[in-house]
Design a protein around this ligand. Structure first.
Ligand code: NAI
Length: 324
């Protein structure tokens, strides 16, 4: 089997001035991609701007023999997203790969969550992916080829306390991924999503900050909280090297990527797939509320589930069930 390369490809990696994005950019560049290293260089909460991180990663890639261009536009506005893609076109004349990775955290328990904490998180994660991918999409459609990798999170797919803004934005990216996958099919564009688990400044903040807050105390007192405590997690974090997430992202960004509209969870060298299953369910043409109560176990029964590839496939399943 030959090694996988990206010769001739141009990749845009947002939020690549550190953490996971830096590893994605370095791996893509080491395999021959020309890479736009985008990052505003602010704090984990998105405050401030600093050209340093994007420039330093671009320099690091060039020092390693790769090709990279630093870009410090914010993904959080339509103009910023356009400017990021314009950087790729001006520097390298095309764009084949977009990795929407930029992110911030503004955690709070839901009873303290405000619009001021919601909006910036939506702006960077959900709208940011929209604003960057939208101008790239036109280019990809015209060239009949593209790869988009969105960054989701266990917080959005499975749920995590104190992250209602972040979880909602990440779950929004699941919908964006699946809809774009459906639209990209006839244009050679594949769109997938990765939920990373890696020791970066963002995970460090998630692990440490809640413990110092009232929300953290509530979390610790919550018997439903995941059995993986912060203490146990702390002894494990050394294995959560962000470089071990990059191979899965790079494969999904490669020409050989065999799937679209799918979600993968990746950390510590482990790669697994999240999927949306549909139980066989219960059918009654005269359905009443009591029928739902009496058949709830059957409705929830997981054996024999299916994994619809799109909403059309689900409608076909419903027609079949309703037609007896
Ligand atoms: P990080 O904080 O090291 O990286 C995020 C980068 O995005 C930062 O360099 C930041 O400056 C940049 N950024 C923020 N706002 C921006 C904007 N408006 N425009 C351009 N760049 C901007 O954190 P990490 O962990 O590397 O996060 C990368 C992605 O992975 C994020 O989307 C995050 O939500 C996601 N993620 C990370 C997990 C982890 O375990 N580290 C878990 C689940 C998801």
């Amino acid at each position: 089997m030959t090694d996988l390369g990206f010769d001739g490809r141009v990749a845009v990696v947002t939020g690549a001035g550190g953490g996971l994005g830096r590893e994605y950019a370095r791996l893509l560049a080491s395999r021959g991609a020309r890479v736009v290293v985008n990052d505003t260089g602010g704090s984990t909460a998105g405050e401030g701007v600093d050209q340093g991180p994007a420039e330093s990663v671009a320099r690091e890639i060039r020092d390693e023999g790769g090709e990279a261009w630093a870009d410090t536009n914010s993904v959080a506005t339509p103009e910023g997203g356009q400017a990021v893609i314009r950087s790729a076109l001006d520097a390298y004349g095309r764009v084949d790969i977009v990795v929407n990775n930029a992110g911030i955290l503004c955690d709070a328990p839901f009873h303290d969550m405000t619009a001021e904490l919601l909006e910036p998180v939506f702006d960077v994660h959900l709208k940011g992916a929209f604003f960057v991918t939208r101008p790239a999409w036109n280019v990809m459609r015209e060239q009949g080829y593209g790869r988009v990798v969105n960054t989701i999170s266990a917080a959005g797919v499975l749920g995590t306390a104190n992250k209602s803004n972040y979880g909602a934005a990440k779950a929004g990216l699941v919908g964006l991924t699946r809809v774009l996958a459906a639209e990209g099919t006839t244009h050679g564009i594949k769109v997938n999503a990765v939920a990373p688990i890696a020791l970066t400044r963002m995970l460090t903040q998630s692990l440490t900050k809640p413990e110092a807050t009232k929300a953290g105390a509530e979390q610790r007192a919550d018997p439903t909280r995941n059995a993986m405590t912060v203490e146990r997690m702390t002894s494990f974090v050394d294995r959560l090297d962000p470089a071990l997430v990059a191979p899965a992202v790079a494969y999904l960004a490669h020409e050989e990527c065999p799937v679209s509209g799918e979600m993968y969870t990746v950390g510590a060298g482990h790669v697994a797939r999240y999927f949306i299953g549909r139980t066989n369910g219960y059918f009654n043409p005269d359905l009443s509320m009591e029928d739902v109560r009496d058949h709830f176990a059957e409705i929830r029964e997981e054996s024999g589930y299916t994994v619809p590839r799109g909403s059309g496939e689900e409608i076909s399943q419903l027609f079949r069930a309703a037609s007896g």
